[in-house]
Design a protein around this ligand. Structure first.
Ligand code: OXD
Ligand code: MN
Length: 594
């Protein structure tokens, strides 16, 4: 598009300054049109970044293979550069903002040589929503531009609304200048990576990675890390949560939100096909929720994103048919395998793998191979509008009314299938007590237990102790109608290491119980750790769960819980004087109840 006078001066100046610093060859202002998207896709095909999929099986879709060293979020290289380390808190990497800016300025110097600098104005949230916020991403990656077009509302539709000071600058470079004689590669990146947030000045600088949350800066960097700081200051919440609408057979609808750590089934729950006849689930969002109490005290949530960047492995017609249907066309796949007829495949997509594939590295693969065909954190990127069960209210500017909040993790022992918090404070304590096994969503070891409060450990942009207090304070807002809070665990195992609960569509049974708790039509039974379904109130009709399994699913093992409370009390010491006193009270109360 033409750089015209309607562009705020501050934006023009920033783009101009970055173009000089990075030595970009040209500047392209993204209009967000389909024509622009198509032409970038063609360019990506030419550069071998995109492999076009067979248009008769998967129209208008592409496979990208990343550099094998750039496959996940890099938490060790992610920084919150507040003025002091204390403000970033004990769970974030911190560096002095001035020093970091000096270092990054050096890295960005000439980093776009030979490349086009793309300017992406975007909105997180439906344009016109009082909850929406604008950003402008500068990037030298056309793959990122295409992904941002799916994941956000971008281009002219956002640019029109920008003023000098209503947008967050998000600066991104893959850090791979095309100096003379250097030929471009399909996935340019740099071994040195920095994903940096400046919460006070509300800026994001990301260098060296082209992958996912490291590079699509509207997602984790803006909608969670920077937004959590804005939310603290403005009295709302930016959360790592899915949002679903649940309708009962009588046609009554309630919305719920759920926070689970990365790659623990948020997308599956958000698009769930209920096994219970007559129940319906519709998707508002699968990863992020921006939440506030409205004037009537009703908790409301919007999904700031416009697409899904979901984990591919394990997604199948059996586990998540709505995701599979969303992906029939117009999708970008990254690091999955390629079938001989030009389609995609990943572990778990079909029971029997194809006899031959090209794996995510572009090498021949057969079922006899010792490696995975798809990278464990391989992803699909697709517009939310393509989801067959997208909620009719998903674009609603005021957000959907929330009846229940769920927290959960991947825990093979101790945690029951569902527990209801006694009150808001106890619920906030439950959110803070999430721990889960690590997954491939971030680089590092997989399957190790770690505390992940509110599933926000990698995403909270300030001191997490203060974040706990912010949650507690939200519950003290005048007139706030507080929804009930739950802790769920689909992953509990028996002594033989088998899952006790079938999960997936059967999770609708737990949602039904939570729905009916909001209606006050079923009862909970008190245990030392919270309320569990009173016998007969969790609908297990047709499940063939034996009595022992049911007992095990809800068992509160006192010895294990004493240990759990000790481990939590120990973990909370990390937050020192920033830990709300209410948490120590909750630990004391828990110990007494045990
Ligand atoms: C994601 C994540 O990509 O949480 O959503 O890592
Ligand atoms: Mn996530």
């Amino acid at each position: 598009m033409q750089v015209n006078n309607s562009i705020p001066k501050k934006l023009k100046t920033w783009v101009h300054d970055v173009a000089i610093l990075t030595n970009a060859e040209t500047v392209h202002w993204c209009d967000g049109s389909e024509k622009e998207y198509d032409s970038l896709c063609q360019q990506l095909i030419k550069n071998k970044t995109f492999i076009p999929l067979n248009p008769t099986v998967r129209p208008h879709s592409f496979l990208a293979r990343s550099n094998p060293d750039d496959v996940a979020r890099v938490e060790d290289s992610t920084y919150i550069c507040s003025q002091t380390a204390e403000e970033a808190g004990p769970t974030n990497n911190w560096s002095d903002p001035t020093e970091m800016k000096t270092k990054l300025t050096m890295l960005f110097h000439n980093s776009m040589t030979g490349r086009t600098l793309y300017v992406i104005p975007f909105s997180m949230g439906p344009i016109g929503s009082p909850m929406a916020k604008f950003g402008v991403q500068i990037t030298d990656s056309p793959y990122v531009v295409c992904s941002m077009r799916i994941m956000t509302r971008m281009g002219n539709q956002a640019l029109e609304h920008l003023t000098d000071d209503n947008w967050i600058p998000c600066l991104h470079s893959v850090g791979s200048p095309l100096v003379e004689h250097i030929k471009d590669v399909p996935w340019p990146c740099n071994p040195e990576k920095y994903i940096v947030h400046f919460p006070e000045t509300r800026e994001i600088w990301s260098y060296g990675s082209g992958y996912g949350g490291n590079a699509l800066l509207g997602k984790k960097c803006f909608a969670l890390r920077i937004a959590s700081v804005m939310a603290r200051d403005e009295g709302w919440l930016a959360e790592h949560m899915l949002i679903v609408g649940v309708t009962n057979p009588e046609g009554k609808k309630r919305y719920m939100m759920a926070a689970f750590p990365s790659a623990c089934g948020k997308t599956n729950l958000a698009m769930l096909t209920p096994s219970l006849p007559g129940w319906k689930i519709e998707t508002v969002g699968d990863d992020i929720a921006w939440i506030h109490f409205d004037k009537e005290g009703q908790l409301r949530a919007i999904n700031p994103e416009a697409g899904f960047f979901g984990v591919a492995p394990g997604t199948s017609l059996a586990s998540n048919p709505n995701a599979i249907k969303s992906l029939e066309k117009n999708a970008i796949f990254t690091n999955v395998a390629l079938t001989d007829d030009g389609d995609v495949w990943w572990e778990g997509m079909t029971k029997k793998p194809p006899d031959h594939l090209m794996d995510w590295l572009g090498k021949d693969w057969t079922p006899q191979s010792n490696s995975k065909a798809a990278q464990p954190n391989s992803r699909f990127t697709v517009s939310a509008a393509q989801c067959p069960v997208i909620d009719p209210q998903w674009n609603s500017p005021e957000g959907v009314p929330i009846s229940a909040i769920l927290f959960g993790g991947r825990r093979s022992t101790v945690i029951p299938l569902v527990t209801e918090a006694f009150d808001w404070q106890h619920g906030v304590f439950l959110g803070a007590s999430i721990s889960s096994e690590t997954t491939a969503a971030a680089t590092g070891a997989v399957g190790q237990m770690r505390h992940d409060p509110f599933a926000m450990l990698p995403f909270c942009g300030y001191n997490m102790g203060d974040y706990f207090s912010h949650w507690l304070n939200m519950g003290k807002k005048k007139h706030a109608k507080l929804p009930k809070i739950y802790y769920v665990n689909w992953f509990r195992k028996n002594k033989n290491g088998e899952y006790l609960w079938p999960g997936f569509g059967e999770n609708s049974r737990v949602l039904k119980w939570i729905f009916e708790r909001a209606e006050n039509t079923v009862e909970a039974q008190e245990t030392p750790i919270g309320g569990v379904p009173k016998p007969g109130t969790l609908d297990i009709s047709g499940l063939h769960l034996d009595a022992d399994t049911l007992v095990e699913l809800f068992n509160v093992d006192k010895k294990a819980w004493i240990q759990e409370s000790e481990s939590l009390a120990n973990y909370f010491k990390l937050f020192g004087k920033h830990l709300p006193k209410a948490f120590n009270d909750e630990i004391d109360k828990l110990r007494k109840r045990l």
